[in-house]
Design a protein around this ligand. Structure first.
Ligand SMILES: [Zn+2]
Ligand SMILES: [Zn+2]
Length: 137
């Protein structure tokens, strides 16, 4: 699968037993439908966070195309108030695109404590360490 943002090939990495598509060029992450739910397993804020998704109709941000169905994705807000970040989500529910750093933001909004295993794994991943499991390229 190619990166929907910069078009470079993505690699599949395993993050806490969830397979994620990661673009090393731009640092973005694609999660198939249902994978965010898996990563949020154990978060006290899981339901609230998933329920907080609202479409941003007024954005001027350039839309990007879904890497699966090629339709333009919707801009959605996740979280509330100042703790809010904007993501790209496929209207056909294929999955969600996270620009560099946005997955960490969402997990932090999810009120994981700072020592959460997934946040640690993500930090290592972006530091270029600990990528022991590249499943395919
Ligand atoms: Zn990219
Ligand atoms: Zn799609």
């Amino acid at each position: 699968m190619n990166c929907p943002f910069c078009k470079n090939p993505m690699v599949i990495l395993e993050l806490a037993e969830v397979e994620i598509d990661h673009c090393f060029s731009c640092g973005g992450i694609w999660l198939d439908s249902g994978e965010l739910e898996l990563l949020l397993e154990g978060s006290a804020e899981k339901e609230g966070l998933l329920a907080s998704f609202t479409i941003d109709k007024d954005t001027k941000e350039k839309s990007i195309k879904c890497p699966i169905c090629s339709k333009r994705m919707e801009k959605v807000f996740c979280g509330k108030g100042v703790k809010r970040t904007r993501l790209d989500k496929c209207g056909n529910n294929d999955g969600i695109w996270f620009d560099k750093g946005e997955l960490q933001d969402v997990l932090e909004i999810g009120c994981f404590d700072k020592n959460n295993r997934i946040l640690d794994l993500l930090k290592d991943m972006f530091a270029g360490k600990n990528i022991h499991k590249v499943i395919t390229s």
